[in-house]
Design a protein around this ligand. Structure first.
Ligand code: AMP
Length: 275
């Protein structure tokens, strides 16, 4: 992979990179299309990264369909698909990890200790292997985006981080490989998460700015559904991830919930009118 990237760089190509865990959907494809437009060569990685899964999480069962993914990427005009084995990525003994402080302790980090250490480590390793000028990440994983931006800035990683809007199903559900875990009833319930985000946005647009009020309305809507168990509803600064009490500037509203055995996350950035 490094030799291939070096060859492209010698030719003056700008490399765009999309790291994924595979089982691709339109959310991933939107990132590929954006990279296609902005770069000369597009590399996609598929790697279900063991170090970002906790011991009781779904690493073993994470959905995989390499053949379908590879065909899809070929039809989308990706130039390289990098799919290393875990033994290659983490040869024994493996001892070096990237720890981004503070912003990894909140939101998903609170219930998934070590998750963002695994994420930051694999993303830095992949950047070092692929050598992209631009890396494309989804806003769907807003905390991951904040963590990678912080790491790139702190460690002087020579790459531009580009956040891309969340792709949604027709009923609003954020696309995710994990949606494939949902049964029919759970799939119906899952819609409530995005409905709650859009409700908060419209309430905010009509003047409700206090987070305690917005949170109460969001909770009321979600708690009507019996299958959804909320993990968190947080209103935070999109970069520092510090909680806000009043929506005055751009504010990330992030939610995580369990529906049956499936854990889903979603978010929206609330942008109050400033004039
Ligand atoms: P994953 O395969 O879930 O690790 O995701 C790989 C990349 O795709 C990450 O940067 C995600 O944020 C992004 N992504 C996942 N789902 C979506 C979506 N619905 N819309 C846009 N980007 C997404």
């Amino acid at each position: 992979m490094q030799a291939c990237s070096l060859d492209w760089k010698r030719k003056g190509h700008r490399i765009g990179f999309i790291p994924t865990m595979g089982f691709l959907h339109e959310g991933h494809i939107a990132l590929v299309r954006r990279a296609r437009k902005e770069c000369d060569a597009v590399t996609v990685s598929i790697f279900v990264n063991p170090t970002q899964f906790g011991p009781t999480e779904d690493f073993e069962h994470y959905p995989r369909d390499f053949k379908r993914d590879a065909a899809l990427l070929e039809s989308e005009g990706a130039d390289a698909l990098f799919f290393p084995e875990a033994e290659e990525v983490y040869p024994k003994p493996y001892r070096t990890y990237v720890d981004v402080e503070d912003i990894t302790d909140v939101l998903c980090g609170a219930s998934r200790p070590g998750h963002f250490r695994g994420v930051a480590t694999i993303v830095l390793k992949l950047i070092n292997i692929v050598g992209p000028q631009k890396i494309y990440l989804g806003e769907k994983d807003a905390q991951q985006l904040a963590v990678i931006k912080q790491m790139v800035s702190d460690l002087d990683v020579p790459v531009e981080v580009i956040g891309c809007a969340t792709e949604r199903e027709a009923d609003g559900l954020a696309m995710s490989s994990r949606n494939s875990y949902l049964n029919a009833d759970e799939r119906v319930s899952a819609r409530v998460l995005s409905e709650a985000l859009f409700l908060a946005e419209s309430l905010m647009n009509s003047g409700m700015k206090r987070v305690s009020d917005l949170k109460a309305e969001v909770l009321k809507l979600i708690e009507r559904d019996k299958l959804i168990k909320m993990e968190y509803i947080c209103f935070v600064d999109p970069l520092s991830l510090e909680e806000v009490e009043v929506v005055e500037g751009a504010t990330l509203l992030a939610v995580a919930a369990r529906i049956g055995r499936t854990r889903l996350i979603d978010n929206i950035t609330l942008r109050p009118n400033t004039f």
